[in-house]
Design a protein around this ligand. Structure first.
Ligand code: PEP
Ligand code: MN
Length: 340
């Protein structure tokens, strides 16, 4: 059962409600950073009598039991939507948020040049992998902690908060010391131990869709983060496997409006991995915004052809600037269309 509290609930009323729920033996997960406070109440059967009594508490707006298996992530739990704050940047509001940067941190010069260029092009968050999930064990695996230090230096220099991937439960504390937002990659979407550990950091999370995961599995992965007490979750559609070898993955733009109808969590799109081809990144970026995405994650490199990883799908800063300009024009119209 989910108790939806009024956005302006008096903190004393909220505490009194929590105390009573605990006294009656329920376990309660409270989510409040992303907007309207919601309480997930579990532990024993909730009779009609208990529900009726709870509805009378001051501050309780509604009692809902979403029929979806991802109860906390379901739209019914927080119909006004969730916003996720990364530094001063808000994801899930009216402005589309552009996350940009290289696939991987290669060296100081490459990262700092790219970071300044993406900031000047209009990006609000800097991405870059320090720990890379590579299909082959012989491929470059990332600079590790040195990469995190360089990301922190790039943040210092540009003012952009940083988003970087965490691959393993053992790295969570280290990566969380540096990152403003933790990325869970496609290959780890169902690493439940990692989801639990990342939730516990309280940091904002970028949850990529597994490339062979259904939308329900993706939302259930998000549910692990929410059930861990962390509602600062942004979903990222990044393409799924298909029969078509002409592109690296098949960007599933169906998922964008669908997820917005199923969940209150913000959803962004990664057209770089979703296509694998840089010439497809601008049109798919615009298509994603037109479909209602709250932002984009784009791989950008100052010298895309020289990139150590994912150069084929990386765009240069001038292309990013042109995408950002057009996204701004399109997004107002798209918001009207999606919510109409
Ligand atoms: C990445 O963002 O560089 C990455 C490895 O993405 P994904 O997990 O979507 O493959
Ligand atoms: Mn990449």
């Amino acid at each position: 059962m989910i108790l939806r509290l009024r956005p302006d609930v008096d903190p004393h009323d909220q505490q009194a409600l929590l105390d009573d729920l605990h006294r009656w033996g329920f376990t309660v997960t409270t989510l409040l950073r992303g907007g309207q406070p919601i309480l997930a109440v579990n532990g024993q059967e909730i009779t009609a009598g208990i529900a009726a009594e709870l509805a009378r508490y001051p501050g309780v707006e509604a009692i809902v039991t979403p029929s979806e298996p991802y109860r906390l992530a379901a739209l019914a739990s927080r119909p006004r939507g969730t916003t996720v704050r990364v530094g001063d940047v808000v994801v899930g509001g009216h402005e589309p948020v552009i996350i940009a940067g290289p696939c991987t941190v290669e060296n100081r010069e490459q990262l700092l040049r790219t970071a300044e260029a993406v900031r000047d092009a209009g990006a609000s968050l800097l991405r870059g992998g320090a720990f890379k999930p590579r299909t082959s064990p012989y491929s470059f695996q990332g600079l590790g902690e040195r990469g995190l230090e360089l990301l922190a230096e790039a943040r210092e220099q540009t003012g952009l908060p940083i988003v970087t991937e965490v691959l393993d439960t053992e790295q969570v504390d280290l990566v969380a010391q540096y990152a403003d937002m933790l990325q869970i990659g496609s290959r780890n979407m169902m690493n439940f131990a990692l989801l639990r550990k990342v939730a516990a950091t309280g940091k904002p999370v970028l949850l990529k869709r597994g490339f062979a995961a259904t939308i329900e599995e993706w939302l259930l992965a998000a549910e692990y983060l929410l059930a861990g007490g962390n509602d600062q979750v942004v979903l990222c559609e990044r393409g799924v496997r298909s029969f078509e070898p002409a592109t690296r993955f098949m960007l599933d733009l169906n998922a964008v409006p669908l997820v917005r109808q199923l969940s209150h969590l913000p959803v962004i799109v990664d057209p770089s991995h979703g296509t694998g081809r840089r010439e497809l990144v601008p049109p798919l970026s615009l298509a994603a915004i037109a479909a209602g995405a709250h932002g984009l994650l784009v791989e950008v490199h100052v010298e895309p052809d020289a990139a150590l990883v994912d150069g084929r799908q990386s765009i240069d800063p001038a292309t990013l600037a042109s995408i950002v300009r057009r996204v701004r024009v399109l997004s107002e119209l798209a918001e009207e269309l999606v919510t109409a």
